[in-house]
Write a protein that binds this ligand. Structure first.
Ligand code: ACO
Length: 355
Protein backbone atom coordinates (compact mmCIF):
# COMPACT_ATOMS: atom_id res chain seq x y z
CA UNK A 1 0.00 0.00 0.00
CA UNK A 2 1.38 3.48 -0.80
CA UNK A 3 1.64 6.11 1.87
CA UNK A 4 0.79 9.80 1.61
CA UNK A 5 3.52 12.35 1.06
CA UNK A 6 3.40 16.13 1.18
CA UNK A 7 4.41 16.88 -2.42
CA UNK A 8 3.87 20.65 -2.26
CA UNK A 9 2.92 23.27 0.30
CA UNK A 10 1.98 26.95 0.15
CA UNK A 11 0.29 29.67 2.16
CA UNK A 12 -1.26 33.06 1.70
CA UNK A 13 -2.02 35.80 4.19
CA UNK A 14 -3.67 39.11 3.30
CA UNK A 15 -1.53 42.23 3.11
CA UNK A 16 -3.35 44.27 5.73
CA UNK A 17 -1.61 44.01 9.11
CA UNK A 18 -3.81 44.81 12.13
CA UNK A 19 -1.87 45.39 15.34
CA UNK A 20 -3.20 45.06 18.87
CA UNK A 21 -3.03 48.85 19.10
CA UNK A 22 -5.28 49.13 16.03
CA UNK A 23 -7.92 47.07 17.86
CA UNK A 24 -7.93 49.50 20.80
CA UNK A 25 -9.72 51.97 18.47
CA UNK A 26 -12.74 49.67 18.42
CA UNK A 27 -12.85 48.08 21.87
CA UNK A 28 -11.58 48.44 25.38
CA UNK A 29 -8.43 46.33 25.19
CA UNK A 30 -4.68 46.77 25.27
CA UNK A 31 -1.54 45.48 23.61
CA UNK A 32 -0.33 44.20 27.00
CA UNK A 33 -3.52 42.24 27.71
CA UNK A 34 -3.53 40.55 24.32
CA UNK A 35 0.21 39.71 24.31
CA UNK A 36 0.18 38.43 27.85
CA UNK A 37 -2.90 36.19 27.42
CA UNK A 38 -2.35 34.96 23.86
CA UNK A 39 1.12 35.91 22.57
CA UNK A 40 -0.51 37.68 19.61
CA UNK A 41 1.11 40.91 18.41
CA UNK A 42 -0.67 41.37 15.09
CA UNK A 43 -2.88 39.55 12.61
CA UNK A 44 -3.91 39.94 8.96
CA UNK A 45 -7.37 40.92 7.70
CA UNK A 46 -8.52 40.27 4.15
CA UNK A 47 -9.86 42.96 1.82
CA UNK A 48 -13.64 43.18 2.10
CA UNK A 49 -15.52 42.39 -1.13
CA UNK A 50 -12.31 41.14 -2.74
CA UNK A 51 -10.88 38.41 -0.55
CA UNK A 52 -12.66 35.38 0.83
CA UNK A 53 -11.53 31.99 2.15
CA UNK A 54 -11.85 30.75 -1.44
CA UNK A 55 -9.64 33.42 -3.02
CA UNK A 56 -7.03 33.05 -0.28
CA UNK A 57 -7.14 29.25 -0.62
CA UNK A 58 -6.62 29.60 -4.38
CA UNK A 59 -3.52 31.75 -3.84
CA UNK A 60 -2.08 29.17 -1.41
CA UNK A 61 -3.09 26.26 -3.67
CA UNK A 62 -1.30 27.69 -6.71
CA UNK A 63 1.95 27.83 -4.74
CA UNK A 64 1.45 24.28 -3.41
CA UNK A 65 0.75 22.94 -6.93
CA UNK A 66 3.76 24.71 -8.38
CA UNK A 67 6.00 23.26 -5.66
CA UNK A 68 4.51 19.80 -6.27
CA UNK A 69 5.23 20.20 -9.97
CA UNK A 70 1.63 19.74 -11.08
CA UNK A 71 -0.92 21.90 -12.87
CA UNK A 72 -4.26 22.56 -11.17
CA UNK A 73 -5.89 20.37 -13.84
CA UNK A 74 -4.03 17.39 -12.38
CA UNK A 75 -5.78 17.72 -9.01
CA UNK A 76 -8.19 14.81 -8.68
CA UNK A 77 -9.81 15.66 -5.34
CA UNK A 78 -10.25 18.80 -3.23
CA UNK A 79 -10.65 18.85 0.55
CA UNK A 80 -11.51 22.27 2.00
CA UNK A 81 -11.55 22.96 5.73
CA UNK A 82 -13.04 26.23 6.99
CA UNK A 83 -15.41 27.58 9.63
CA UNK A 84 -15.88 30.90 7.83
CA UNK A 85 -17.08 29.80 4.37
CA UNK A 86 -17.94 32.20 1.55
CA UNK A 87 -21.54 30.95 1.62
CA UNK A 88 -23.81 29.01 3.97
CA UNK A 89 -23.99 26.62 1.02
CA UNK A 90 -22.53 25.45 -1.31
CA UNK A 91 -19.26 24.82 0.48
CA UNK A 92 -15.90 26.26 -0.46
CA UNK A 93 -14.64 23.07 -2.17
CA UNK A 94 -16.49 23.71 -5.42
CA UNK A 95 -15.84 27.45 -5.19
CA UNK A 96 -12.12 26.71 -5.05
CA UNK A 97 -12.45 24.39 -8.05
CA UNK A 98 -14.04 27.25 -9.99
CA UNK A 99 -11.57 29.87 -8.69
CA UNK A 100 -8.66 27.72 -9.86
CA UNK A 101 -10.29 27.33 -13.27
CA UNK A 102 -10.50 23.54 -12.96
CA UNK A 103 -12.88 22.40 -15.66
CA UNK A 104 -12.42 18.67 -15.03
CA UNK A 105 -15.70 17.41 -13.55
CA UNK A 106 -14.28 13.95 -12.80
CA UNK A 107 -12.90 15.34 -9.54
CA UNK A 108 -14.69 15.53 -6.18
CA UNK A 109 -14.79 18.37 -3.67
CA UNK A 110 -15.31 17.74 0.04
CA UNK A 111 -16.01 20.34 2.73
CA UNK A 112 -14.69 19.75 6.23
CA UNK A 113 -16.36 21.45 9.20
CA UNK A 114 -14.10 20.65 12.09
CA UNK A 115 -12.95 24.17 12.87
CA UNK A 116 -9.48 24.24 14.48
CA UNK A 117 -9.04 20.50 13.84
CA UNK A 118 -10.21 20.84 10.24
CA UNK A 119 -6.80 20.43 8.66
CA UNK A 120 -6.00 17.27 10.67
CA UNK A 121 -9.44 15.82 9.91
CA UNK A 122 -8.96 16.66 6.22
CA UNK A 123 -5.49 15.13 6.22
CA UNK A 124 -6.78 11.93 7.78
CA UNK A 125 -9.56 11.62 5.16
CA UNK A 126 -7.18 12.42 2.28
CA UNK A 127 -4.66 9.92 3.63
CA UNK A 128 -7.24 7.10 3.45
CA UNK A 129 -8.10 8.04 -0.16
CA UNK A 130 -4.44 8.07 -1.19
CA UNK A 131 -3.60 4.81 0.60
CA UNK A 132 -6.56 3.06 -1.01
CA UNK A 133 -5.33 4.17 -4.44
CA UNK A 134 -8.47 6.19 -5.15
CA UNK A 135 -6.73 9.55 -5.77
CA UNK A 136 -3.23 10.64 -6.79
CA UNK A 137 -3.19 14.42 -6.33
CA UNK A 138 -5.33 15.65 -3.46
CA UNK A 139 -5.44 19.37 -2.78
CA UNK A 140 -6.07 19.90 0.94
CA UNK A 141 -6.61 23.46 2.15
CA UNK A 142 -7.51 25.27 5.33
CA UNK A 143 -8.66 28.88 4.88
CA UNK A 144 -10.41 31.42 7.08
CA UNK A 145 -11.74 34.95 6.90
CA UNK A 146 -12.54 35.62 10.55
CA UNK A 147 -12.42 39.38 10.19
CA UNK A 148 -15.85 39.34 8.53
CA UNK A 149 -17.57 37.73 11.50
CA UNK A 150 -16.14 39.08 14.74
CA UNK A 151 -17.74 41.36 17.29
CA UNK A 152 -15.39 44.33 17.34
CA UNK A 153 -17.11 45.99 20.30
CA UNK A 154 -15.91 45.55 23.89
CA UNK A 155 -18.60 42.88 24.29
CA UNK A 156 -16.74 40.60 21.87
CA UNK A 157 -13.16 41.44 22.87
CA UNK A 158 -12.28 38.11 24.47
CA UNK A 159 -12.75 36.42 21.08
CA UNK A 160 -12.17 39.16 18.49
CA UNK A 161 -8.56 39.86 19.46
CA UNK A 162 -7.53 36.23 18.95
CA UNK A 163 -8.42 35.56 15.32
CA UNK A 164 -6.91 36.39 11.94
CA UNK A 165 -7.35 35.60 8.24
CA UNK A 166 -5.26 33.39 5.94
CA UNK A 167 -4.96 30.14 4.04
CA UNK A 168 -2.62 27.19 3.75
CA UNK A 169 -2.62 24.41 1.16
CA UNK A 170 -0.86 21.12 0.51
CA UNK A 171 -0.76 18.71 -2.40
CA UNK A 172 -0.82 15.11 -1.20
CA UNK A 173 0.45 12.28 -3.38
CA UNK A 174 1.13 8.57 -3.00
CA UNK A 175 4.69 7.43 -2.38
CA UNK A 176 6.14 3.93 -2.35
CA UNK A 177 9.20 5.12 -0.44
CA UNK A 178 9.49 2.99 2.71
CA UNK A 179 8.73 4.80 5.97
CA UNK A 180 7.98 8.13 4.29
CA UNK A 181 4.91 10.35 4.46
CA UNK A 182 1.94 10.24 6.84
CA UNK A 183 2.68 7.53 9.41
CA UNK A 184 -0.51 7.81 11.44
CA UNK A 185 -3.48 10.09 12.13
CA UNK A 186 -5.75 10.18 15.20
CA UNK A 187 -9.13 11.87 15.43
CA UNK A 188 -11.31 12.49 18.49
CA UNK A 189 -14.53 14.25 19.39
CA UNK A 190 -16.70 15.02 22.41
CA UNK A 191 -19.94 16.91 21.80
CA UNK A 192 -20.65 17.53 25.49
CA UNK A 193 -19.48 21.14 25.29
CA UNK A 194 -20.53 21.87 21.70
CA UNK A 195 -21.89 25.36 22.48
CA UNK A 196 -18.91 26.48 24.59
CA UNK A 197 -16.91 27.40 21.49
CA UNK A 198 -19.47 28.12 18.83
CA UNK A 199 -21.20 30.40 16.38
CA UNK A 200 -24.88 29.44 16.60
CA UNK A 201 -26.55 31.51 13.91
CA UNK A 202 -27.53 31.25 11.18
CA UNK A 203 -28.67 27.74 11.99
CA UNK A 204 -31.89 25.75 12.05
CA UNK A 205 -32.11 25.59 15.85
CA UNK A 206 -33.93 28.93 16.15
CA UNK A 207 -36.81 28.58 13.67
CA UNK A 208 -37.44 31.61 11.43
CA UNK A 209 -34.78 33.70 13.06
CA UNK A 210 -33.72 35.64 9.98
CA UNK A 211 -36.85 37.77 10.14
CA UNK A 212 -38.06 40.22 12.70
CA UNK A 213 -41.37 38.73 13.83
CA UNK A 214 -42.99 42.05 14.74
CA UNK A 215 -41.88 43.81 11.57
CA UNK A 216 -42.91 41.02 9.23
CA UNK A 217 -46.11 40.16 11.10
CA UNK A 218 -45.53 36.45 11.65
CA UNK A 219 -48.50 34.75 13.25
CA UNK A 220 -48.26 34.03 16.95
CA UNK A 221 -47.48 30.47 17.98
CA UNK A 222 -51.19 29.91 18.74
CA UNK A 223 -52.34 31.23 15.35
CA UNK A 224 -49.66 29.57 13.28
CA UNK A 225 -50.81 26.43 11.50
CA UNK A 226 -47.39 24.88 12.01
CA UNK A 227 -47.19 25.95 15.64
CA UNK A 228 -43.79 25.93 17.20
CA UNK A 229 -41.74 26.22 14.04
CA UNK A 230 -42.35 29.96 14.38
CA UNK A 231 -40.38 30.05 17.61
CA UNK A 232 -38.68 33.41 17.49
CA UNK A 233 -35.03 33.64 18.29
CA UNK A 234 -34.06 37.26 18.50
CA UNK A 235 -30.92 36.89 16.47
CA UNK A 236 -30.11 40.58 16.40
CA UNK A 237 -30.68 41.13 20.10
CA UNK A 238 -28.75 38.08 21.28
CA UNK A 239 -26.03 38.51 18.66
CA UNK A 240 -25.75 34.75 18.18
CA UNK A 241 -24.21 35.44 14.79
CA UNK A 242 -20.95 36.22 16.62
CA UNK A 243 -18.66 33.51 17.95
CA UNK A 244 -18.92 32.62 21.62
CA UNK A 245 -16.13 31.06 23.67
CA UNK A 246 -15.75 29.94 27.26
CA UNK A 247 -12.02 30.71 27.14
CA UNK A 248 -11.08 29.10 30.43
CA UNK A 249 -12.85 25.83 29.60
CA UNK A 250 -11.18 25.76 26.17
CA UNK A 251 -7.80 26.38 27.79
CA UNK A 252 -8.23 23.58 30.34
CA UNK A 253 -9.39 21.04 27.77
CA UNK A 254 -6.79 22.03 25.17
CA UNK A 255 -3.78 21.65 27.45
CA UNK A 256 -4.92 18.11 28.33
CA UNK A 257 -5.99 16.90 24.90
CA UNK A 258 -3.00 18.22 22.90
CA UNK A 259 -0.41 16.13 24.80
CA UNK A 260 -2.75 13.14 25.00
CA UNK A 261 -3.31 12.94 21.25
CA UNK A 262 0.37 13.56 20.46
CA UNK A 263 1.37 10.72 22.81
CA UNK A 264 -1.23 8.52 21.12
CA UNK A 265 0.43 9.07 17.71
CA UNK A 266 3.87 8.38 19.16
CA UNK A 267 2.68 5.21 20.93
CA UNK A 268 1.09 3.92 17.71
CA UNK A 269 4.33 4.30 15.77
CA UNK A 270 6.77 3.32 18.52
CA UNK A 271 8.39 6.75 18.78
CA UNK A 272 9.09 8.91 21.82
CA UNK A 273 8.82 12.65 22.33
CA UNK A 274 12.58 12.96 21.89
CA UNK A 275 12.21 11.57 18.34
CA UNK A 276 10.06 14.53 17.24
CA UNK A 277 12.04 16.91 15.03
CA UNK A 278 9.26 19.49 14.77
CA UNK A 279 5.90 19.90 16.47
CA UNK A 280 3.52 22.20 14.61
CA UNK A 281 0.54 22.71 16.91
CA UNK A 282 -2.65 24.45 15.84
CA UNK A 283 -1.98 28.08 16.65
CA UNK A 284 -4.76 28.53 19.20
CA UNK A 285 -2.92 30.57 21.75
CA UNK A 286 0.80 30.84 22.53
CA UNK A 287 0.12 30.00 26.20
CA UNK A 288 -1.53 26.74 25.19
CA UNK A 289 1.37 25.83 22.86
CA UNK A 290 3.92 26.66 25.59
CA UNK A 291 2.02 24.54 28.11
CA UNK A 292 2.05 21.60 25.67
CA UNK A 293 5.76 22.13 24.98
CA UNK A 294 6.53 22.05 28.72
CA UNK A 295 4.39 18.94 29.25
CA UNK A 296 6.23 17.09 26.46
CA UNK A 297 9.60 18.57 27.51
CA UNK A 298 10.38 19.74 23.97
CA UNK A 299 13.12 22.34 23.38
CA UNK A 300 12.17 25.65 21.72
CA UNK A 301 13.70 24.70 18.37
CA UNK A 302 11.35 21.70 18.09
CA UNK A 303 8.09 23.64 18.32
CA UNK A 304 7.01 26.07 15.59
CA UNK A 305 4.79 29.00 16.57
CA UNK A 306 3.76 31.98 14.46
CA UNK A 307 0.56 33.07 16.22
CA UNK A 308 2.43 36.26 17.16
CA UNK A 309 2.17 37.45 13.51
CA UNK A 310 -1.08 35.94 12.30
CA UNK A 311 -3.32 35.31 15.32
CA UNK A 312 -5.43 32.18 15.39
CA UNK A 313 -6.42 31.26 11.83
CA UNK A 314 -8.22 28.03 12.92
CA UNK A 315 -8.26 25.53 10.02
CA UNK A 316 -5.52 27.47 8.23
CA UNK A 317 -3.13 27.71 11.16
CA UNK A 318 -1.37 24.34 10.80
CA UNK A 319 -0.69 24.52 7.04
CA UNK A 320 0.45 28.16 7.34
CA UNK A 321 2.82 27.34 10.21
CA UNK A 322 4.03 24.13 8.56
CA UNK A 323 4.75 25.97 5.32
CA UNK A 324 6.63 28.76 7.09
CA UNK A 325 8.68 26.24 9.05
CA UNK A 326 9.48 24.38 5.82
CA UNK A 327 10.39 27.61 3.98
CA UNK A 328 12.76 28.52 6.82
CA UNK A 329 14.47 25.13 6.59
CA UNK A 330 13.12 24.06 9.98
CA UNK A 331 11.30 21.10 8.44
CA UNK A 332 13.64 19.03 6.29
CA UNK A 333 13.64 15.83 4.30
CA UNK A 334 13.54 12.87 6.69
CA UNK A 335 12.32 14.85 9.72
CA UNK A 336 9.68 13.43 12.04
CA UNK A 337 6.96 16.09 12.05
CA UNK A 338 4.04 16.07 14.44
CA UNK A 339 0.84 18.05 13.81
CA UNK A 340 -1.81 18.43 16.52
CA UNK A 341 -5.01 20.39 16.95
CA UNK A 342 -7.82 21.00 19.41
CA UNK A 343 -10.91 23.11 18.91
CA UNK A 344 -14.63 23.66 18.72
CA UNK A 345 -16.79 20.60 19.00
CA UNK A 346 -14.77 19.72 20.90
CA UNK A 347 -12.71 17.89 18.28
CA UNK A 348 -9.01 17.16 18.38
CA UNK A 349 -6.46 15.13 16.49
CA UNK A 350 -2.85 14.49 15.58
CA UNK A 351 -0.74 13.32 12.66
CA UNK A 352 2.81 12.05 12.52
CA UNK A 353 4.69 12.52 9.25
CA UNK A 354 8.11 11.41 8.04
CA UNK A 355 8.90 14.40 5.79
N1 ACO B 1 -8.88 42.99 26.43
C1 ACO B 1 -8.92 43.40 27.70
N2 ACO B 1 -9.63 42.75 28.64
C2 ACO B 1 -10.28 41.64 28.27
C3 ACO B 1 -10.27 41.17 26.95
C4 ACO B 1 -9.52 41.89 26.00
N3 ACO B 1 -9.43 41.52 24.72
N4 ACO B 1 -11.01 40.05 26.89
C5 ACO B 1 -11.49 39.82 28.12
N5 ACO B 1 -11.05 40.78 28.95
C6 ACO B 1 -11.30 40.94 30.37
C7 ACO B 1 -12.54 40.23 30.83
O1 ACO B 1 -13.68 41.00 30.59
C8 ACO B 1 -12.26 40.05 32.30
O2 ACO B 1 -12.52 41.26 32.95
P1 ACO B 1 -13.15 41.28 34.45
O3 ACO B 1 -12.14 40.58 35.29
O4 ACO B 1 -13.31 42.72 34.72
O5 ACO B 1 -14.44 40.52 34.33
C9 ACO B 1 -10.75 39.83 32.35
O6 ACO B 1 -10.24 40.34 31.11
C10 ACO B 1 -10.38 38.38 32.48
O7 ACO B 1 -11.19 37.63 31.58
P2 ACO B 1 -11.03 36.11 31.40
O8 ACO B 1 -11.94 35.63 30.32
O9 ACO B 1 -11.13 35.46 32.76
O10 ACO B 1 -9.54 36.09 30.89
P3 ACO B 1 -8.55 34.92 30.83
O11 ACO B 1 -7.42 35.21 31.69
O12 ACO B 1 -9.23 33.60 30.96
O13 ACO B 1 -8.06 35.06 29.33
C11 ACO B 1 -8.41 33.98 27.22
C12 ACO B 1 -8.98 34.93 28.26
C13 ACO B 1 -7.15 34.59 26.64
C14 ACO B 1 -9.41 33.78 26.12
C15 ACO B 1 -8.08 32.68 27.98
O14 ACO B 1 -9.22 32.16 28.60
C16 ACO B 1 -7.50 31.66 27.10
O15 ACO B 1 -6.34 31.69 26.81
N6 ACO B 1 -8.33 30.71 26.67
C17 ACO B 1 -7.95 29.71 25.73
C18 ACO B 1 -8.88 29.81 24.62
C19 ACO B 1 -8.23 30.19 23.36
O16 ACO B 1 -7.11 30.60 23.26
N7 ACO B 1 -8.96 29.99 22.34
C20 ACO B 1 -8.47 30.19 21.04
C21 ACO B 1 -9.52 29.85 20.09
S1 ACO B 1 -10.13 28.27 20.28
C22 ACO B 1 -9.01 27.25 19.68
O17 ACO B 1 -8.33 27.56 18.74
C23 ACO B 1 -8.85 25.97 20.34
Amino acid sequence: MPSTKFAGIGFYVPEQVVTNKDLTKYMDTSDDWIRERSGIEERRYGKKHEETPTTMAAAAAKIACERAGITVEEIDFIVFATLSPDYYFPGCGVLLQRELGITNTEIGALDIRNQCSGFIYGLSVADQFIKSGMYKNILLVGAEMHSMGLDFTTRGRNVAVLFGDGAGAVVLQPTEEEGKGVLTTHLHSDGTHAEELSLLSPGSHGGYHFEDKDKFGFPTEEEAPLGEIFVYDNLLENKTYYPYMDGQLVFKKAVTKFPEVIMEALAKTGYETTDIDMLVPHQANLRIAQFVQRTLKLPDEKVYNNIMKYGNTTAASIPIALCEAWEQGKVKEGDLVCLAAFGSGFTWGSALIRW
